[in-house]
Design a protein around this ligand. Structure first.
Ligand SMILES: Cc1cc2nc3c(=O)[nH]c(=O)nc-3n(C[C@H](O)[C@H](O)[C@H](O)COP(=O)(O)OP(=O)(O)OC[C@H]3O[C@@H](n4cnc5c(N)ncnc54)[C@H](O)[C@@H]3O)c2cc1C
Length: 467
C-alpha cells in the first residue's frame, strides 16, 4: 500500500531536518521551498538550510553547555543538520562552526538525493490545500506575508507576532536573595493566591542614577534596514525610556511603590527592578519591562550592577527583532499540532525557539511526530529531562502565561531542564567549591539527558545521518 506524503513548507534549518526525519522513517515527503522563486530579506542563495547570519552552532560540549547537549542528542537521533555541520566544520575552539556554503550545499544534496523526497520550488501563499492532510509549517522568522496572514486568520489576532520584544531571563539560583525579596506590589494576591509572586531588587538614588547613565552610554545593537521594527508603547526598550527622561523608568517598570524591602523595612527603595517567574519549574525569572537593544556584553555588565543580580546568570539576554512566531503554549498541542487545525504542525523559529540548532531540533521532533502519526506508530515526546524534551516543553507548556506578549523566543538553556543536586564532594572525598559544583551539576544533567534520550530512542529506528 502506498503511503501518502507529508508536506513540509520551508526548506530552512527546521524544514530540512523535518523532511529528512520523515523520509528516513520511510514516509514520502514533499518539501516546498519558495526560494529562488521568491526571496526573503535575509537569505542570499537558493540552498536549503542557508545560515542567514553567523556560521556558528555555538558550544559543542554536552558536559558543560545546554546547546552542546542538544547537539549530542540530535546526533543520536540521526540529525542531518548536525551530520552536515560535523562534516563541514571549521576551527572554532569549543564551538561547532561550519563552512556555510559547504554545509548548505551538503544538506541540499542529501535531501535532493533521498528517494522519498520531492522538492517543490514554490511559495505556499495561503493555507495548504485541504487534501494535504499532514503538513509541517517551518517557514521561519521571515515567513512570506501571504502565508503569515493566512495563519493569523486561523489563530486569531495577537496570537502570531511579527516582532519579538525580549526581556532578559535570569536563572533563579543566581539571584542573591539576601538582597532581593519576594513580594507582589501591594501584596496583591494573584489567581493562585500568591501575594509574593515577584522577586524585587532595590536601588538607592545613587545606584539608580548610575544605572540610567550606564543605559544611556551603553552600545546599542542596530536594526537591519529591512526590519522596520516599530516601538509600541508598553514594550519600549528600557534605554529608549531612559532617553525620554531620567525619571521615566522610576515611574515605569522600576517604580518602587507598594513594596517594602524585607531585609531593610525602614529603607525606602528609590527604584525597584522586578522579576517574574517564567516557567513552571520556577528556575527562570524574567526582568519585567526590561526589553532592550543594548548589546549583549553591555547588558550583562549593566544588569549586574542591579543589587541582587551581581552574580546573575542570564538564560536569555534581551533584544528586539523582526520575527514571526506563534503564541505556541496556547496554540500548539504536545506534538506541535495546531489545536485549531491538527493537520498543521509547526516547527522551527516560528514556534518560539531561537537559533539555528533549536530550530533544527524542533524540525527533528515535528518530522518524527508526523512520520509516527502517518505510520500509525505515534512517537512519544522526549522526556523533559532531555534538551529536546525541555525545548518542546518550553514551547508547548512549560512557559507560565504572564499575559499578552509574555511568551518570547528562547534558546535552549539549563533553566529549562529540571535541576539536579550537585555532589558535595569529589571522588577523592575533597569538598567541592562552588564552580566545581556548577560543573558537576551540568555534567550530571548531561549524563541523565543522554541516558534518557537513548531510552526514548530505544524502540525507534535510529538511522545514522553521518556522511
Ligand atoms: C536576520 C536574521 C539573523 C539571524 N542570525 C542568527 C544567527 O546568527 N544564529 C542563530 O543561531 N540564529 C539566527 N537567526 C535566528 C534563526 O535561528 C534562523 O532564522 C533560522 O534560520 C531559523 O530556522 P527556520 O528553519 O525556522 O527558518 P529559516 O531557516 O528561515 O527557513 C524558513 C524557510 O522557509 C521559506 N519560506 C518562507 N515562507 C515560505 C512560504 N510561504 N512558502 C515556501 N517557503 C517559504 C524561506 O525561504 C526559508 O528557506 C537569525 C534570524 C534572522 C532573521
Amino acid at each position: 500500500m502506498s503511503i501518502s506524503p507529508i508536506h513540509v513548507i520551508g526548506g530552512g534549518l527546521a524544514g530540512s531536518e523535518a523532511a529528512w526525519q520523515v523520509a528516513q522513517a520511510g514516509v514520502p515527503v514533499v518539501l516546498h521551498e519558495m526560494r529562488p522563486v521568491r526571496g526573503t530579506d535575509a537569505h542570499q542563495t537558493d540552498r536549503l538550510a542557508e545560515l542567514v547570519c553567523s556560521n556558528s552552532f555555538r558550544a559543542d560540549d554536552w558536559e558543560s553547555s545546554a546547546v552542546g547537549l542538544l547537539h549530542a542528542e540530535m546526533r543520536r537521533c540521526g540529525s542531518l543538520i548536525l551530520a552536515a555541520g560535523d562534516a563541514h566544520q571549521v576551527p572554532a575552539g569549543g564551538a561547532l562552526a561550519v563552512d556555510r556554503d559547504g554545509f548548505a550545499a551538503a544538506v541540499t544534496a542529501r535531501i535532493e538525493a533521498h528517494p522519498l523526497v520531492t522538492i517543490a520550488r514554490e511559495e505556499v501563499a495561503g493555507l495548504p490545500p485541504a487534501d494535504w492532510d499532514s503538513v509541517v509549517v517551518a517557514t521561519g522568522p521571515l515567513t512570506s506575508p501571504a502565508l503569515s496572514e493566512a495563519i493569523l486568520a486561523l489563530t486569531g489576532e495577537g496570537e502570531l507576532s511579527f516582532f519579538d520584544a525580549i526581556a532578559p531571563i535570569v536563572l533563579a539560583d543566581s539571584i542573591d536573595m539576601d538582597v532581593a525579596w519576594r513580594q507582589s506590589r501591594y501584596d496583591k494576591e494573584g489567581p493562585g493566591g500568591d501575594a509574593a509572586a515577584y522577586i524585587n531588587c532595590p536601588m538607592t538614588k545613587d545606584q539608580y542614577e548610575a544605572f540610567v547613565d550606564a543605559l544611556l552610554a551603553g552600545p546599542k545593537a542596530e536594526f537591519k534596514a529591512w526590519e522596520h521594527v516599530p516601538y509600541f508603547d508598553g514594550c519600549l526598550p528600557i534605554e529608549v525610556m531612559a532617553e525620554r527622561g531620567r525619571e521615566t523608568l522610576r515611574h515605569g517598570p522600576m517604580k518602587p511603590v507598594g513594596l517594602t524591602n524585607a531585609h531593610k523595612p525602614e529603607e525606602k527603595a528609590w527604584a525597584v527592578v522586578q522579576l517574574r517567574q517564567d516557567n513552571a519549574l520556577g528556575t527562570l525569572w524574567n526582568m519585567v519591562g526590561f526589553q532592550t537593544k543594548l548589546k549583549h556584553g553591555a547588558q550583562t555588565e549593566v544588569f549586574r550592577t542591579i543589587p541582587g543580580l551581581e552574580k546573575a546568570v542570564f538564560a536569555r539576554l534581551g533584544g528586539l527583532h523582526r520575527n514571526t512566531f506563534l503564541n505556541s503554549p496556547k496554540l500548539l498541542d504536545a506534538s506541535l499540532r495546531l489545536k485549531a487545525d491538527p493537520r498543521l504542525r509547526f516547527a522551527g523559529q516560528i514556534t518560539g525557539v531561537e537559533g539555528y540548532v533549536e530550530s533544527a531540533a524542533v524540525g527533528l521532533l515535528a518530522g518524527r511526530f508526523a512520520a509516527g502519526e502517518r505510520l500509525g506508530r505515534p512517537c512519544a515526546a522526549p522526556p523533559s529531562t532531555t534538551a529536546l524534551g525541555a525545548l518542546l516543553g518550553h514551547i508547548t507548556g512549560g512557559h507560565l502565561d504572564g499575559g499578552k506578549g509574555s511568551f518570547q523566543p528562547m534558546n535552549i538553556n539549563y533553566g529549562l531542564l529540571p535541576a539536579i543536586a550537585p555532589p558535595k564532594r569529589a571522588d577523592d572525598g575533597r569538598r567541592l567549591g562552588s564552580k566545581e559544583k556548577g560543573r558537576a551539576k551540568k555534567r550530571l544533567v548531561g549524563e541523565r539527558a543522554l541516558a534518557d534520550i537513548a531510552a526514548w530512542l530505544g524502540g525507534a529506528d535510529v538511522v545514522e545521518a553521518a556522511e
